[in-house]
Design a protein around this ligand. Structure first.
Ligand code: BDR
Ligand code: CA
Length: 339
């Protein structure tokens, strides 16, 4: 069996990604095993409410739910982050939707949940894909703490051996950052955690970067046909329309991002995770995270191998360089479809 786990700081694009992951389970042949939450686009408390709202709308649409595990309140060095300038004060487009009290959080925390599912995957021979669409704090903490089965701490083995692939939405390969001039938001939000993951993750790791997302927006016409259309039969369609209304509009996105469409990073990462055929091209590269630079902190330094300096750094990352947006648009359509 194929299992999927998502770590999120929802976030409007996170919400699109989570709805897709929950709604497409049957058709794409995998099971959502859990969503863990962290601070990031908004406070961790807001994120917990936001993910419960996502879950409620998907359950009303008849898709299977999954447990939600509360995680990091801040970065490993106590950092906080905020992206209300884009995602709204509540992190979900300030759409004023009711808090679904019937959807509750799992009693276990993010680290315990993640380590547990990886150990289960190992034991049961399941193919577990972990997708991070927020800061890397929960993942780094799990790696530092190790699992019930031992390992962790960067030594490989342990629970990490139960993860078939780690898909990270984060970083940028062309130094065109969105958090600073050179740093991408999810990496910059907790630089220590990101550096730990890139240095010590021992399994397969696929990166869906900010620059990949900017170069592959959902064309406005397709976005409006799927999300902002007049009438939706399903709850997820209505939900996404409400939270995207003030966030994704051609006027707002046109200046800094892409004039051609909606840049929905986390949805692209989930699309890559649940349907490998979305990936058209990739390159194996070495990536290190700058933790010290006075103006470059949080930069993902990619060794593209096109210089005459030190060669032979370990290629630790599969960096996606081209995607099939036709397939991704199709997935968005299936996500908002009723029932
Ligand atoms: C990432 O940062 C957040 O604003 C988005 O949710 C996405 O995960 C893009 O840099
Ligand atoms: Ca996110």
């Amino acid at each position: 069996p194929k299992w999927v786990w998502i770590d999120s700081d929802a976030g409007v694009d996170d919400a699109v990604a989570l709805c897709a992951a929950l709604k497409l389970q049957k058709g794409w042949g995998y099971e959502m095993k859990g969503v863990s939450t962290s601070f990031g686009n908004t406070s961790a408390d807001n994120v917990n409410v936001n993910v419960r709202k996502v879950m409620a709308s998907c359950l009303k649409d008849g898709s299977g739910g999954c447990p939600i595990f509360a995680g990091a309140q801040g970065g490993l060095r106590g950092e906080t982050a905020d992206a209300s300038y884009f995602h709204g004060k509540d992190g979900l487009g300030d759409a004023g939707l009711d808090d679904p009290v019937e959807v509750t959080l799992d009693g276990r925390g993010a680290v315990e949940g993640l380590v547990g599912v990886a150990e289960d995957a190992k034991r049961e021979g399941a193919e577990l894909i972990v997708v991070t669409i927020g800061p890397l704090t929960n993942l780094a903490e799990a790696m530092m703490r190790g699992g019930r089965g031992g390992g962790g701490g960067g030594g490989g083995g342990g629970w990490m051996g139960g993860v078939a692939n780690l898909v990270v939405m984060g970083g940028c390969g062309n130094a065109h950052g969105n958090a600073t001039r050179v740093a991408e938001f999810n990496v910059k939000a907790d630089v220590t955690a990101a550096a730990h993951v890139f240095e010590h993750w021992r399994g397969e790791m696929t990166v869906v970067s900010w620059d990949l997302c900017c170069g592959n927006p959902i064309p406005w016409r397709s976005f409006h046909e799927a999300v902002s259309k007049e009438l939706h039969e399903g709850e997820v369609g209505k939900f996404l329309k409400a939270i995207c209304r003030d966030i994704y509009s051609s006027e707002k996105d046109a200046d800094k991002r892409s004039g051609e469409g909606a840049v929905i990073c986390d949805f692209l990462a989930v699309a890559v995770a649940i349907d490998r055929a979305v990936v058209r091209k990739w390159e194996m590269v070495n990536v290190e995270v700058e933790t010290g630079g006075s103006i470059t902190e949080g930069m993902t330094v990619v060794d593209w191998g096109c210089y005459d300096g030190v060669k032979g750094r370990e290629k630790n990352v599969e960096w996606v360089t081209a995607v099939d947006m036709g397939r991704v648009v199709e997935m968005l359509g299936m996500t908002v479809k009723g029932g």
